[in-house]
Design a protein around this ligand. Structure first.
Ligand code: TH1
Length: 837
């Protein structure tokens, strides 16, 4: 309609929508403007939080104008886009990142310093956006950063949970959970799009109708509807005009539905239904690598995929193209099986609503979707009971049965008379009741399936998807090794090291081409360089020591070796094995003479991570760590030779303090269980060495940095099965050092031993599924090698530099480029700064 306006009106708009200037004066003006108008405060009424809000609002203004320019230019050019569907986006704080990516951190820093504030303190006022559990959610956030930085036209789609991952407090050594109501003080990093509202149906029945050509059509009549409201989160790229979007959906009751019940005189029911509608996006499920199987979780998945697809299809329809062009315009990446229903929903939209034939529709669907698998753990495989599914989504169940029927018919054609094969490959598991295997649905509905590290991608081809590789052929199953964004995980989290690298390499190009870090190798024999390198590490350790004092009330020496294991608490990640070896170390030190103690390398063992609230064994591990810490830290016979801390409420912003400060970090999952791991990459990028198993991305890190710069121990993935079999049926005795440690716990050295009985039971011969006993001796040896190596600080500094220098491969820029070229078939679309708001 704009075109109907007279020329002068349009010109007036254009004159008025000039971008704000970014000099210090304009920036300060904009901050003070927000203080006085948006916040209704003044110079007499300011604190760090108010300063944070004002800086955030001012930054947001600039973000929004980039967002507008980007989205406007993309709408007009309409290139192929990728949509990244993820139930989790673990963004952390936004302000520091936005200012760095926009290149405005210095200006704002000076600006508010003159106004009486310290930037680092102001940054601390922001609460994390913690809409994720761990690696999977953080990976989505890193990929969004890289997609924006590389100018790819990409949108994320997720849910706007009212409560993110719970806050963890430690009470009497135990984890307790508190709600994370992160929206308490308004969220400046989102734009509510109250005008974008989509109706989502649930339940009801399917009507079969014959159309005017005598063709049978299915018409789903839902019993209830809820509304999806869009909230947009701008994602600025680093050093580019491009600003992408994450659209998060919030559930609300529909206006019409309120009225129906109300008019029927059933006021209470209408209020109840309204509350149920809001519930859908109320809370993030706190399970990492396990499946909860709750009805509300299935509702979340459908609500989110249906709203996102409606949005994507609406955008496509605006272009007036043929349906056969859909997959030339749209690529959709499924982040694990959580969004696998999108496959079914698109098929339903195309067949039931757009009247395409089944085969034409299915062709479009399979060309559009690609699927990333993140785990092989059986307890994490999503399955939905057919009766529950039918009750919520009757039409989708029919479509799944049809997809399965046509698929199995083709399998039967290729491999006749193999009932076992059909049973294994079916999307429906013949259990009581029947179960829908979401991983099978995701494989069948996608044109590419990828794992997240080389070992993992090979493993899925020989285990969970073996039959599918046999049927589809090798080409459909590929590897895309994970990556991390160097902007947040080095430039932002470790500003001193970032500045030093820039100074050394002569410019900041490495931040967009991480392979340039190789240039650091030339400095390895430069004593002054190495000294500075280690001084930066020490400064970061001082910062972490302060955080430890504040959160754990334990004083640790920054001159000790900092040994870190921070990640979700899970049996397969073996925090239990780590604390058992800490106990072994403690007992060893206790048995030493003073002369022997003099040669012990002092160590601070740092733990952090959340356990799923219902995961009893994982929570006991936390209790054991805290009990060991309590005993060790106050034992004068040990002193500074060993300290143990559990940092409560580990999250992204805490990680940003911990990662730059580690000397060694632990990535010690039983071989074959950790699909990739991504914190391993963060630590090594910051010059921290790692001790780890031949699992996930550790293997590729080893290949890049060389075996002299990493401490590897334990069995290999292909040995796991035999080891388990041997301990189960040949009664292999428990490792003797491990026996000593267990008996110390059982004697009550760390408090009432009854508490730990369930934990100890997981190790009893034949049950040690994660092979702690089998790996114990080599783990102790690897830890001794770490102590030895750390004593030669000069050699250690060389290893540290080689680590950082060889991490180019693990930039998420590399990962995202591979996805773009080999899966999505999309090209960068660089936006031009037209100077508009
Ligand atoms: C993690 C994997 O455990 C980890 O190895 C990997 O680096 C990361 O994904 C990113 O690829 C997973 N997180 C989840 C979370 C849920 C379900 C499965 C996995 S796998 C909820």
């Amino acid at each position: 309609e704009k075109s109907k306006w007279p020329k002068e009106t349009i010109e007036l708009w254009q004159r008025l929508s000039k971008k704000e200037a970014n000099d210090i004066n304009s920036v300060q003006k904009s901050i003070v403007h927000h203080v006085t108008t948006t916040l209704a405060r003044s110079v007499y009424n300011m604190d760090n939080f108010a300063a944070y809000q004002a800086v955030a609002l001012s930054t947001r203004d600039r973000l929004i104008s980039q967002w507008n320019e980007t989205q406007g230019q993309l709408s007009r050019a309409d290139p192929k886009r990728v949509y990244y569907l993820s139930l989790e986006f673990l963004l952390g704080r936004s302000m520091d990142n936005a200012l760095l990516n926009l290149g405005l951190k210095d200006t704002y820093g000076k600006g508010i310093e003159q106004l009486g504030f310290n930037m680092e303190e102001v940054i601390e006022s922001e609460v994390d956006a913690a809409l994720g559990n761990g690696g999977l959610g953080r990976l989505a956030a890193c990929y969004m950063d890289s997609l924006a930085t590389l100018d790819y036209p990409a949108w994320g789609y997720g849910l706007r949970y009212n409560y993110g991952i719970f806050q963890q407090r430690i009470v009497d050594g135990y984890q307790t959970e508190y709600p994370d109501y992160w929206l308490n003080f308004d969220n400046p990093w989102e734009l509510p799009r109250l005008d974008i509202s989509i109706q989502i149906g649930f339940g009801g029945h399917v009507q079969i109708i014959e159309d005017e050509y005598g063709v049978t059509r299915h018409n789903w009549i839902p019993a209830t509807n809820v509304q999806a409201i869009a909230y947009d989160v701008p994602i600025p790229g680093y050093d580019t005009e491009n600003c992408n979007n994450i659209r998060l959906w919030r559930s609300k009751p529909t206006k019409t539905f309120d009225l129906t019940s109300f008019n029927e005189g059933n006021y209470e029911k209408s209020v109840e239904d309204a509350t149920n509608a809001e519930k859908i996006t109320s809370v993030l499920y706190p399970n990492d690598n396990t499946m909860a199987g709750k009805e509300l979780r299935l509702k979340q998945q459908y609500f989110w995929t249906a709203a996102s697809l409606d949005d994507i299809v609406r955008r496509f329809k605006k272009s007036m193209r043929e349906w056969s062009d859909f997959s030339d315009q749209v690529a959709i990446q499924l982040n694990d099986t959580h969004p696998a229903l999108a496959i079914v929903e698109l098929q339903r939209l195309l067949v039931d609503e757009e009247m395409l034939s089944w085969d034409d529709a299915w062709d479009i669907v399979t060309k559009t979707f690609a699927f990333t698998n993140h785990t092989v753990l059986p307890e994490a495989m999503e399955k939905w009971s057919v009766p529950m599914f039918e009750y919520l989504l009757p039409r989708h169940l029919q479509i799944i049965f049809d997809i399965n029927l046509f698929f199995l018919q083709k399998v039967e054609m290729k491999f006749p008379n193999d009932r076992g094969l059909l049973n294994r490959m079916s999307i429906i598991e013949e259990a009581q009741p029947q179960q829908i295997r979401m991983a099978h649905l995701a494989v069948v509905g996608s044109h590419k399936v990828n794992g997240v590290a080389a070992l993992h991608s090979n493993l899925i081809k020989t285990t969970i998807f073996k039959d599918f590789v046999h049927y589809y052929g090798e080409d459909k199953f590929i590897n895309k090794t994970n990556g991390i964004t160097p902007r947040r995980w080095l430039h932002q989290a470790n500003p001193q090291l970032s500045d030093f690298i820039t100074e050394t390499l002569g410019n900041t190009k490495w931040l967009k081409d991480l392979s340039l870090l190789k240039g650091l190798v030339a400095k390895i024999n430069d004593d002054a360089f190495r000294k500075k390198w280690m001084a930066i590490k020490r400064a970061n350790k001082v910062r972490l020591a302060e955080l430890i004092k504040e959160r754990c009330n334990v004083e640790v020496s920054p001159d000790a070796l900092f040994d870190v294991q921070v990640k979700r608490i899970h049996e397969y990640k073996r925090q239990f094995m780590n604390i058992l070896v800490v106990i072994h170390r403690y007992r060893t030190i206790k048995s030493m003479t003073a002369a022997q103690k003099a040669s012990v390398q002092p160590r601070v063992v740092i733990f952090g991570g959340k356990a799923a609230p219902g995961y009893y064994i994982a929570k006991l591990v936390i209790k054991l760590i805290n009990s060991v810490a309590a005993v060790v830290n106050q034992d004068p016979a040990v002193g500074d030779l060993l300290k143990v801390v559990f940092i409560p409420d580990y999250n992204v912003s805490v990680a940003e303090v911990i990662v730059p400060a580690s000397d060694i970090s632990q990535h010690i999952s039983t071989a074959g269980t950790e699909a990739s791991g991504t914190s391993n990459m963060k630590f090594v990028l910051n010059g921290g060495l790692i001790i780890g198993t031949l699992d996930g991305a550790n293997i590729e890190i080893l290949e890049e940095i060389g075996e002299d710069n990493i401490f590897i121990f334990g069995c290999m993935a292909n040995e796991v099965e035999d080891l388990r079999h041997a301990q189960r049926y040949r009664g292999v005795p428990m490792d003797s050092a491990l026996q000593g440690v267990i008996s110390a716990i059982e004697k009550g050295v760390f408090g009432d031993p009854k508490i730990y009985q369930p934990l100890i039971s997981t190790l009893t011969v034949g049950k040690d599924f994660y092979l702690i006993s089998a790996d114990f001796a080599s783990y102790i040896a690897a830890n001794q090698a770490v102590d030895q190596a750390y004593k030669d600080q000069s050699e250690w500094s060389k290893k540290s530099i080689r680590c950082t220098a060889n991490m180019g491969k693990f930039s998420s820029d590399r990962s995202v480029k591979e996805y773009a070229d080999e899966i999505w078939n999309i090209k960068p679309y660089p936006v031009i700064d037209e100077g508009h708001l």
